[in-house]
Ligand binder design. Structure first.
Ligand code: NAP
Length: 259
């Protein structure tokens, strides 16, 4: 299926590794010229080179912290009028409500709610003028089903979800959509760390910990960056113009509810 994206431009935030990298690769395979960022320049440059070699599209890199105003300015200078924006950043740390300070909450809201909102604000009006735009916010399955140790993440990501719910409807008459992808367990570096601590705590190998985690997922496996990237590319496609304001779980069936 041709997704109708050849020659379009995209900003994909936090995309040297993991889910962001999966989205960048999937869009590049559709002929989208991508601008990607991450804080560490070397893995970012390596990922960019890999995407160029595999797809032949133009890949621009911006080594920055996307949760800072300077970082956002830099990526917008590199790609001032994107057709596609994929919002992503590292998640807030785990912990317990009693230990979180207000500054911890401010940081979580800054990184996972206000940063995407600032980038949407900077790009969505150009998309409206041009009559095409696709915005995908990478949030978390915790938006539908809160995770006990991730209260900062649960809160900030729900804030973003509610914060753009009306806008997602307002902009749709201009062929601009705003949706969220809610990852369940995907085998990225972030999950590898979790698997390692589970393996150490339960005196098992990382592979055994992976199997244990997979057994809790109806698909009986963790997702990967390609699974996630494919869902992102479809939400960005020309054909997805009638889908807006949605929160799509990509979790192998792990969410236990009907709706
Ligand atoms: P990952 O494998 O650790 O990759 C994170 C990527 O984001 C790296 O390229 C990292 O590069 C970049 N990054 C992190 N913070 C950044 C910042 N402030 N500015 C710019 N780039 C930044 O993580 P992931 O598993 O793909 O997760 C992506 C997001 O999805 C996170 O918010 C995570 O909480 C959420 N999520 C993931 C899962 C899962 O199963 N993987 C499940 C639910 C939610 P640098 O470190 O060089 O900046």
């Amino acid at each position: 299926m041709d997704l109708g994206l050849k020659g379009k431009s995209a900003i994909i935030c936090a995309a040297s590794k993991g889910l962001g990298a999966g989205c960048a690769a999937a869009l590049a395979h559709e002929g989208v010229n991508v601008t990607i960022c991450a804080r560490s320049p070397e893995p970012l440059a390596a990922r960019a080179q890999q995407i160029r070699e595999q797809t032949g599209v133009t890949v621009t890199t911006v080594a920055c912290d996307i949760t800072t105003p300077e970082g956002r300015d830099e990526i917008l200078r590199a790609c001032p009028a994107p057709d596609i924006l994929v919002n992503n950043a590292g998640g807030p740390p785990p912990g317990d409500f009693k230990d979180f300070s207000l500054d911890d909450w401010r940081q979580a809201v800054e990184g996972n709610m206000l940063t995407p909102i600032a980038l949407i604000h900077a790009t969505v009006y150009g998309m409206i003028e041009r009559g095409f735009g696709r915005i995908v916010n990478i949030t978390s399955a915790s938006v539908k089903n809160p995770v006990a140790i991730l209260e900062l993440s649960n809160g900030a990501r729900c804030g973003l979800t509610g914060g753009v719910a009306t806008l997602a409807r307002k902009v749709s008459r201009s062929n601009v959509t705003i949706n969220a992808l809610l990852p369940g367990m995907h085998d990225t570096d972030r999950i590898k760390q979790l698997l390692k601590s589970r393996a150490d705590a339960q005196n098992m190998t990382i592979e055994q910990a992976r199997q244990q985690m997979s057994a809790d997922i109806p698909a009986n496996r963790l997702g990967d960056a390609d699974d996630f990237g494919a869902a992102c590319a479809f939400l960005c496609s020309a054909q997805a113009g009638f889908i807006t304001g949605q929160n799509l779980l990509v979790d192998g069936g792990a969410f236990p509810g009907t709706l």
